[in-house]
Design a protein around this ligand. Structure first.
Ligand code: NAD
Length: 280
């Protein structure tokens, strides 16, 4: 039976480190959060981010813009935050209204204030193993893996999902650890080859967003399983991996909810402190 890899206790530990770093900084870092329009999901994220910030001694500066805000106006707003010396980090809440293209506007956040770690300059630094600000979800996955104490050197790691926010940057972070990394995706499934990759994975990381995609009995005996997926099924949140069957074969497995999720907001706050340090 697998050991549970829970995000909360790990997040608590990292929060203590963040608090110590904030003390050493000698300032209260400021996170500017921008929400455009009305969205219940985004409001919930804002609430949890502001609570996490407050607990750490971080100032959460919330800006709510009108739903009709244009791309140009939002870019102007971002530029103002970029040049505001009191602001250490900027986060644009998702989803954005249809008239705004996130990929386009996110490039205007200065790389030094990009607490989500998605600016091309920050993503690029991962290739060279020099990134100080990491995309939050891949960073959370790396923390969970690190907490197992298992050396990733030479391990067969299979990531299912090749998105820009999870799979692609995560593959680079794992290469830094000398893991042998396979990135599977929709093309792998369509070619009928997903199963063979799952079966060989000593570390399996799944970030797709399809409940039950990974049949638990395919998991390799003793594998570490990190389920990033979030799906709502019959009013319950579940991951992409069939938990009960996978738990019987894995050595470690993340619960959903309670695995990766609780760590991501902590990674955001860690990035903010890192950004504040770089600006100093
Ligand atoms: P995305 O839609 O951008 O990417 C999905 C990926 O899954 C793509 O690479 C696609 O090719 C792949 N895919 C789709 N169907 C597939 C199939 N049948 N077989 C194999 N691969 C398939 O998604 P995303 O933004 O990376 O998010 C993925 C999941 O992770 C979602 O459930 C999302 O909610 C969750 N997520 C969780 C956190 C967290 O904090 N826990 C953070 C980010 C995303």
């Amino acid at each position: 039976m697998a050991k549970l890899l829970e995000g909360k206790p790990l997040a608590e530990k990292i929060k203590e480190e963040i608090k110590a770093q904030i003390q050493a900084l000698g300032i209260k870092p400021v996170l500017a959060s921008v929400l455009v329009g009305e969205n219940a999901g985004a409001e919930a994220y804002v609430k949890s981010q502001s609570k996490a910030a407050e607990n750490l001694g971080i100032v959460y500066q919330f800006h709510k813009l009108d739903a009709a805000t244009t791309e140009v106006a939002l870019i102007e707003f971002i530029k103002k935050l970029n040049s505001d010396k009191n602001v250490n980090g900027i986060i644009i809440q998702m989803p954005l209204p249809a008239q705004i293209d996130y990929k386009k506007i996110s490039q205007f956040i200065s790389a030094e204030k990009d607490v989500e770690g998605m600016h091309p300059a920050n993503i690029g630094k991962i290739v060279f193993g020099k990134a100080k600000i990491l995309p939050c979800t891949p960073a959370a996955v790396m923390e969970l893996l690190n907490s197992t104490g298992v050396d990733l050197y030479g391990k067969e790691v299979v990531i299912v999902g090749h998105s820009e926010i999870v799979g692609k940057p995560l593959a680079l972070l794992l290469l830094e650890k000398f893991a042998t990394v396979t990135v599977a995706h929709i093309g792998t499934s369509k070619a009928g080859k997903l199963e063979e990759h799952i079966k060989k994975a000593e570390v399996l990381i799944v970030a797709v967003g399809k409940a039950g995609l990974i049949k638990g009995d395919l998991v390799k005996e003793g594998a570490i399983v990190i389920d990033v997926g979030i799906n709502r099924v019959d009013g319950k949140i579940v991951g992409d991996v069939e938990f009960e069957a996978a738990e019987k074969k894995a050595s470690y497995i993340t619960p959903v909810p309670g695995g990766v999720g609780p760590l991501t907001v902590t990674m955001l706050m860690r990035n903010l402190v890192e950004a504040a340090k770089l600006q100093k």
